[in-house]
Design a protein around this ligand. Structure first.
Ligand SMILES: Cc1cc2nc3c(=O)[nH]c(=O)nc-3n(C[C@H](O)[C@H](O)[C@H](O)COP(=O)(O)OP(=O)(O)OC[C@H]3O[C@@H](n4cnc5c(N)ncnc54)[C@H](O)[C@@H]3O)c2cc1C
Length: 562
């Protein structure tokens, strides 16, 4: 569903001349570009792996540079969602009102299949192609990345469960239908997840909410839920996966907004969270009281069910953080190329050039690492190697990209100087957004523990990881030394939890380096290896070794042509 986007407000339209001075040397506005067509690294990768997706990526990439959508992103974050618990007659509505810009963004993302392409394409490499869309969408507006990511993962829970077939179909629609109606009357569905309670989000075994069995029928086994959730994003969704204690332990249930008889279900929004970032998106606290729900999967195996969906959201946040970094980089390069200092474009000042080149290789490595995980997810069903690799590489890349994004964006803010710290500059919004992905869908520590757990439980996961790293052996001596050392370390023993972060950081960097050798330019791959694997210290950005290649690396990473 491609829509024309018109520009009601154009920043580039002529403004009034300032009375006291001429406005000089402000950076050019970053719009009118295509985040796919202009991104050599991504374009080349999609061309190799899923060339059929090029047109879809290009259509979505145009939105990142579209001034109207950029303005919609600003408006949706400035005019925040408002809770409406009741209508004016006193009936409970438990609804949230949004600025029209939010709906415009949702329609654009869902219309461009950011949530669904993995499941609907017949062309193969669907998870990879969808990941490319998500990477591009995360350069438009991150708040909407939450509902698209949840809808993507939700399909895994609907598939093969006949009572949930209508939900599967509507979740897959390339459409957005924000009406508050029972699912049968809607063209498309939005899905939420409500797991986290006050007493703990990482340790879901602590779930206090309870569910009582009420019967079996065409909706499968049904339950009545009572309790609360401390975090529930997108509380206007049509249905929610949730966790509750049943007679057999923590179970996964699905709560539709309306009961099968068409009456409103007991889904009470207590208040909206006042968040550091992600302000366009509503996140809430909710309560259930005798709430109608359907069992998903086996009773008592709810955490296992949810984790099978989380595998996909974790991939999506590895991709999402890479996209966020890419947007920050695009803004930083644009700024530095179009503002001068000391007689030169700032991008040509040697130290700034080193910073930008360093950011560029980090961004490319983040994208390539995340897209490698997406390919592993595509191969999970047909290849043992891909299946085993994905169990280690997904949490490793979720950890590392999400961990890296805040410090990366901080550096991009610095490139902008004072302008970067002002909220009307999109890079300031990215700075507030960047830490979130390392918290939800499995925090950094939980991801590191997951990597250890996967290798502890099944030694073949470790073997698949080492095999993967060995594929790129022989191209760079420092890379070879690093992976030999890492493989030796993995063969001897794993650290206990207390030291997992360093090991998982090394695993993530090795995976990224391998992908840089396979798909990046030789100069960028060598610099990545020299500065990340050899130095063993991850110094500050801007500490790349001397190289003639730095200006060319910055130019290759510039999405906007000047
Ligand atoms: C904006 C926003 C929106 C959200 N939306 C949703 C939503 O829609 N649905 C939903 O269910 N949840 C949602 N969440 C909640 C999110 O998933 C949780 O915050 C997250 O899972 C962490 O749980 P917690 O906050 O209880 O932290 P805790 O579990 O208390 O963890 C705190 C810290 O301790 C660390 N830690 C915990 N256990 C260990 C361990 N064994 N070893 C080492 N370190 C450990 C964690 O890594 C973390 O750094 C949202 C959160 C935010 C901020």
């Amino acid at each position: 569903m491609n829509q024309p986007y018109e520009t009601p407000f154009t920043a580039s339209a002529p403004g009034l001349a300032a009375a006291t001075h001429e406005v000089l040397n402000q950076a050019a506005s970053a719009n009118g570009f295509n985040a796919f067509d202009g991104d050599e690294a991504l374009r080349e990768l999609v061309g190799k792996i899923a060339p059929w997706a090029t047109g879809k990526c290009s259509a979505l990439g145009a939105l990142a540079g579209n001034e109207t959508l950029q303005d919609a992103a600003r408006l949706a974050n400035e005019f925040e969602p408002r809770l409406r618990t009741h209508d004016r007659f006193g009936h409970r509505t438990d609804w949230v009102e949004f600025h029209p810009a939010w709906h415009q963004l949702m329609a654009a993302a869902f219309g461009h299949e950011v949530h669904s392409l993995a499941w609907t394409t017949q062309n193969g490499k669907g998870h990879f192609a969808r990941a490319a869309l998500s990477y591009l969408w995360n350069q438009v507006e991150n708040g909407v990345g939450c509902p698209t990511g949840m809808a993507y993962a939700a399909v895994a829970g609907f598939t093969g469960k006949p009572p949930l077939e209508a939900w599967r179909q509507r979740t897959l629609a390339a459409d957005y239908d924000p009406r508050r109606l029972p699912i049968e009357q809607k063209r498309a569905a939005v899905i939420g997840y409500a797991m986290t309670e006050k007493q703990g989000g990482s340790d879901l075994r602590q779930t206090q909410t309870t569910a009582e069995f009420t019967g079996s029928g065409t909706d499968g086994d049904t339950y009545s839920i009572t309790g609360h959730k401390w975090f529930c994003s997108v509380p206007v969704a049509d249905g929610f996966y949730t966790l509750a204690q049943t007679r057999s332990g923590v179970s996964c249930l699905f709560v539709p907004r309306f009961r099968p008889d068409g009456s409103q279900n007991n889904f009470f929004i207590q208040r909206l969270k006042d968040k550091c970032g992600n302000r366009s998106n509503a996140s809430s606290e909710i309560e259930y009281r005798d709430t109608w729900s359907m069992l998903v999967g086996e009773e008592g195996r709810g955490i296992r069910e949810i984790l099978s969906h989380a595998h996909l959201t974790r991939l999506d946040f590895a991709v999402g953080s890479a996209g966020l970094m890419r947007q920050a980089l695009t803004l930083a390069i644009n700024h530095a190329q179009t503002r001068t200092a000391f007689g030169k474009p700032m991008s040509e000042l040697p130290m700034q050039c080193n910073v930008l080149a360093d950011l560029a290789i980090d961004s490319e490595a983040a994208m390539l690492g995340a897209m490698r995980v997406a390919r592993a997810v595509d191969g999970m069903a047909s290849s043992e190697h891909e299946n085993l690799l994905s169990r280690v590489a997904t949490p490793a890349m979720k950890y590392w990209n999400c961990q890296r994004a805040p410090v990366f964006v901080y550096e991009c803010v610095q490139v902008h100087g004072g302008n970067g710290f002002i909220m009307e500059n999109p890079v300031a919004r990215l700075y507030r957004e960047a830490p979130l992905n390392s918290i939800w869908e499995g925090s950094s520590n939980m991801m590191c523990m997951d990597v250890l757990r996967a290798m502890d439980k099944d030694g073949r996961c470790r073997d698949a990881l080492v095999e993967e790293l060995w594929l790129h052996r022989g191209a760079n001596a420092a890379y070879d030394r690093f992976i030999d050392d890492l493989a030796g370390h993995l063969a001897r023993s794993y650290p206990h939890d207390g030291h997992a972060r360093m090991l998982v950081t090394r695993i993530a960097l090795a995976l990224q380096a391998g992908e840089m050798l396979a798909h990046g330019t030789l100069e960028a791959a060598e610099l990545f290896i020299a500065s990340r694997l050899e130095s063993n210290g991850l110094p500050v950005f801007g500490a790349l070794p001397d190289s003639q290649a730095l200006p060319a690396i910055v130019r290759r990473a510039a999405v906007i042509g000047h």
